[in-house]
Ligand binder design. Structure first.
Ligand code: SF4
Length: 1004
């Protein structure tokens, strides 16, 4: 008398075989033990007539046919699914519902009848689904195709009819283990086994000993067995659910602290001789598992992930799908930039003037204010931008390369057909991916990196990418084959539909990166431990809502509707989301029983500090407070917990060199004693760390005012360097004079000046659709220069407002803006239209103000955008350009146009700001005095926003001395990080300055 044991998973079957082999037994693969699916598959295969002459459609083909059916709903004006017909959710739901109905042989007719019984919204939805199911069946029948559900039914039929199935030869008893979710399909199998005359023993956990959450999960199974009370050969066997011999509990502050702690304990167990394969680390969510995998990897623990991430999560696969979406959305600029700057794409361009890097192309696209490939497109905007680059030869060469390259890339993306057969879509996408070198780049071999430079994390990422790209490659080959099999070879799909299909397919394929199996710690979910035993179980992330988790309800048929339909159909046909909670709870208890020792952990908050509650399953265990280990919030592990040299070194250096007074945690006494050992282990490294510590200490002392500026905060002290600087680099010389703005930059923060004017660091500018304020300022200057020149030439000073003056102002605005449109980036046309209207209004307001009150009594506008210098003031040479000078008898008024409001400008014109933080007006006044040979020159800011002047100021008497003193500080190498109030807010050098970054971190 032989018994066939049915298990929940293939891993459980394998575990039993291992146990048998270890005990000296003999294992015949394919006999004695199997999963339910394997049994049905074997039966359907062994009875070739079971599905008649039908061709097996396969899962990909099913998706294609469901897609066609769902598309029919979109086109059917009477369909209630019309609103969601194009959503991915509908297709998934339909696929799952068709499968569940099909496995228990519920056709459109039965569903229609159930819909009538149920009535209401559930009935209406069910009728709609029945119509789609009829279309689905019609398609299968027309093509002579059998789906997976038909295959299941055929297998069950073959079993019931006594077909010769090798797996069931000589079998009298079938015993099920850890199978607790008996849906309609499983019950069909049970009935088939009974019909074959076999005795069936269903082994279930003994309810009396179960936690309430687990007992609930078994309710439907008990009911199903009860309903078959007349089946004499059916037996329910209750087996006590074991409980781990030892359970400990840990409360961690964050998921990363939990992951580190678990990794530490696993590492210790492995070091103590526990075989890695007897340790399981379980968590319910992919995010938590990923964090655990990283932590284990960092401690050098070999890990075998039971559920590798889906292929669609790998960056190169996401890029491939994004290409289709880009083509659909008109290649929007920022997403296009993301694409070309990705390391997986050949985004650089090789032109006559050398290589143009992706970030240069990105900057050009932003400066050109192009937004997407629709409407004006990229070509026009880039051409206008390129005309502005013709000032220098290299720039113009690069501009041409950029224009050509962007054109090529956009055309390449748009060559993905808007509508085509699956075969054509797949073939074209492959061509585009190859031209972008995605396959090549995802392989991770880069000419500029040696293999020793590639770290462990990167190696893992490369392995993941390669595995995912293999899946993509297979999917692009499988989809056309499946379409042909499903009779959809000539059917045309939109790009969006093809993208959705490919995405779904890749979401269900696992990017299994190979690597260790066997002597490795298993990382998976709780359900994977059913029917197996491990020495240690680390059950992680036991927080409310995560374990057990309730999956979202089906968007097409909610649980209430399913319950009503199941009742009408007379069985547990459509699975319920609510049941998944009970199943997850049972899976947890089963896993807990599978371990000799269980280590349970949860977190009091998420990574961002939001509080979390522990799982109700832990509440059921109700551990006393005293046994729960609470982990401290220690970003750097204490020495006793350090498991890598890096961690030990960090802790030792923190203890020995850290600022004890500013720390809250207790001293780690052991760590200090380890310094000599760390020094011996890696002397150069400790030297580097000691140096960094000393540097940081010195910086801190400067910022708290204990010491003068020094080299680590921007003060240069090397005599040779200073001499070289003063001789050739530092502005303020005749051949490289200082501008008023650079003097102000120094006054605002010497370090900012050093970066900008000595090192010539470029500002990191984020360009968006609005014209940037500097470009806008130049436009105002240009308009006012031309307008006042024309007014002067036409003898219209003093200004009298009449139609001719207003017309002239309009004409000048028209001319300047037309020229700027040709050569300058002006932002999005709609947004610039707003700025243009504002400009015209402000220009007229300026004219009206001046018609009422001239800026300086007795002076007429005479000079516009007048360049001056280089002029010496003491030993400092200065140059610049003055926006406007109104000249009268023996006197003049300098006007400096500003687009801002008057209030802020008035602050800069105060006496205590002049020649301290505010240098523009004094410098311009002094320059005009010298250049025009006048004794009395005043200067004023002109707020164009308010058409108002600030008070007029004169050059202070000690102007030269103050300028010389400021320059002397520059020559002495004082470039310390010493910002005046609010200087950091508008610095523009944030990316190169830690002060700003630290301030941001503090503010956050
Ligand atoms: S961010 Fe502040 S401290 Fe840093 S360079 Fe700019 S102004 Fe100076």
């Amino acid at each position: 008398m032989a018994t066939l044991h049915l298990h929940a998973t293939a891993e459980a079957v394998e575990a039993e075989w291992r146990r048998a082999l270890a005990a000296g037994g003999i294992v015949e693969l394919g006999l004695g033990r199997a999963t339910a699916r394997e049994l049905v598959e074997a039966a359907a295969t062994a009875a070739p007539g079971a599905v008649g002459a039908q061709l097996r459609l396969g899962p990909i083909g099913e998706r294609l046919v469901v897609d066609v059916v769902a598309e029919g709903a979109a086109k059917d004006p009477g369909s209630t699914l019309g609103a969601i017909a194009t959503s991915r959710g509908l297709r998934k739901s339909l696929g799952r519902i068709f499968g569940a109905l099909g496995r228990v042989d519920v056709g459109p007719g039965e569903l229609q009848r159930a819909a009538l019984d149920v009535g209401g919204i559930a009935g209406a939805h069910a009728r709609e689904i029945a119509a789609r199911l009829a279309a689905y069946h019609k398609h299968l029948a027309g093509g002579g195709l059998a789906d997976e559900a038909a295959w299941w039914r055929a297998g069950c039929r073959a079993i019931a009819e006594g077909a010769p199935v090798p797996m069931l030869a000589d079998v009298d008893v079938v015993e099920t283990h850890d199978l607790v979710e008996w849906d309609g399909a499983m019950l069909r199998l049970l009935d088939a086994l009974l019909a074959r005359g076999l005795a069936v023993r269903v082994v279930v956990p003994a309810v009396a000993e179960l936690m309430p959450s687990a007992a609930r999960a078994l309710g439907p199974l008990h009911a199903a067995l009860e309903a078959r009370h007349d089946a004499h050969r059916l037996e329910r066997v209750e087996a006590p659910l074991p409980r781990a011999g030892a359970i400990d509990y840990t409360l961690a502050p964050t998921p990363s602290a939990e992951a580190r702690h678990v990794a530490e304990r696993v590492r210790d167990l492995v070091d103590a001789g526990v075989a890695p394969e007897t340790i399981a680390v379980c968590a319910a969510t992919p995010e938590r598992r990923a964090r655990l995998e990283t932590a284990l990897g960092r401690y050098g623990v070999p890990v075998a992930a039971r559920r590798p991430p889906s292929a669609v999560e790998a960056p190169p696969v996401r890029i491939a799908l994004e290409l289709l979406a880009l083509a659909d959305d008109g290649v929007p600029r920022e997403r296009f930039i993301q694409l070309i700057t990705s390391r997986y794409v050949a985004g650089a361009a090789e032109g006559k003037n050398g290589l143009v890097l992706p970030h240069e192309i990105a900057a050009a696209l932003r400066q050109a204010y192009v937004t997407d490939a629709t409407g004006r497109g990229y070509a026009d905007g880039l051409a206008a931008w390129a005309r502005g680059q013709f000032r220098n030869v290299l720039g113009s060469g690069k501009a041409q390369t950029i224009c050509e390259h962007v054109d090529w890339l956009v055309q390449l993306i748009q060559s993905l057909p808007a509508e085509a057969t699956v075969e054509r879509h797949a073939a074209r996408l492959r061509v585009v991916l190859e031209k972008l070198k995605l396959f090549e780049k995802a392989r991770g071999f880069r000419k500029d990196r040696s293999s020793t430079e590639v770290g462990l994390d990167e190696t893992r990422a490369i392995a993941r990418d390669q595995a995912a790209m293999r899946e993509l490659d297979v999917a692009l080959a499988d989809l056309p084959r499946a379409a042909a099999r499903a009779g959809l070879r000539a059917t045309k799909l939109t790009r969006g539909r093809f993208s959705r299909l490919l995405g779904e397919l890749l979401a269900s394929s696992r990017a299994r990166a190979g690597g260790v199996r066997g002597a490795a710690v298993e990382l998976g979910d709780f359900a994977g431990l059913a029917g197996r035993r491990v020495a240690h179980l680390f059950a992680c992330g036991l927080v409310d809502g995560e374990v057990p988790a309730r999956p979202p309800e089906d968007p097409l048929l909610g649980d209430d509707e399913r319950t009503a339909l199941n009742r009408a159909l007379g069985g547990n046909v459509l699975p319920l989301a609510a049941r998944a909670i009970d199943q997850a709870a049972l899976a947890f208890w089963v896993a807990l029983g599978a371990a000799d020792a269980a280590h349970l952990s949860w977190t009091s908050g998420n990574e961002d500090g939001a509080p979390l509650l522990r799982s109700p399953l832990v509440e059921e265990l109700d551990p006393p407070k005293s046994v729960v280990v609470r982990l401290a919030r220690d970003p750097i592990p204490r020495l006793a917990h350090a498991r890598t040299v890096d961690e030990a070194t960090a802790r030792v250096v923190l203890e020995v060199r850290g600022d004890r007074a500013s720390r809250l945690s207790a001293a780690d006494v052991e760590a200090a004693a380890l310094l000599p050992a760390i020094a011996r282990h890696d002397p150069p490294r400790l030297g580097r760390l000691e140096h960094l510590v000393a540097v940081e200490r010195q910086r801190h002392r400067f910022f708290v005012g204990d010491v003068e500026a020094h080299g680590y905060v921007g003060a240069l002290r090397d005599g040779e360097l200073l001499a070289a600087l003063a001789g050739a680099k530092l502005p303020g010389r005749r051949e490289d004079a200082l501008s008023a703005t650079s003097v102000e930059a120094y006054a605002a923060c010497p370090f900012k000046f050093f970066l900008r004017n000595v090192l010539r660091v470029g500002e990191l500018e984020e360009v968006d659709d609005e014209i940037d304020h500097r470009t806008l300022g130049r436009l105002y200057h240009d308009v006012l220069e031309q307008l006042f020149s024309r007014l002067g030439k036409e003898g219209r000073f003093p200004i009298v407002i009449d139609e001719a003056v207003i017309d002239l102002a309009d004409e000048v605005c028209d001319d300047v803006i037309a020229e700027w449109r040709r050569t300058e980036p002006l932002g999005h046309p709609a947004l610039f239209a707003v700025e243009e209207r504002r400009l015209r209004e402000r220009v007229q307001a300026v004219l009206r103000t001046e018609a009422d009150n001239v800026p300086a009594e007795g002076c007429m506008p005479a000079h516009f955008e007048r360049a001056f210098g280089p002029l010496p003031f003491g030993d400092v040479w200065v140059r610049g350009k003055i926006d406007r000078i109104d000249v009268g008898v023996g006197r003049a008024m300098v006007l400096d146009y500003k687009t801002g409001g008057k209030k802020g400008l008035a602050e800069q014109a105060k006496d205590d700001a002049l020649c301290v933080t505010s240098w523009q007006l004094p410098i311009y006044a002094a320059a005009a005095r010298v250049e025009l040979g006048l004794s009395s020159v005043e200067a004023s800011f002109y707020s164009l926003r308010e058409a108002a002047l600030t008070r007029a100021v004169r050059e202070p008497a000690d102007f030269e001395d103050k300028l010389s003193a400021l320059h002397a500080r520059m020559r002495a190498g004082d470039f310390a990080v010493r910002p005046v109030e609010e200087a950091c807010e508008r610095c523009g050098m944030e990316a190169a300055c830690r002060v700003r970054q630290l301030k941001r971190a503090e503010d956050a």
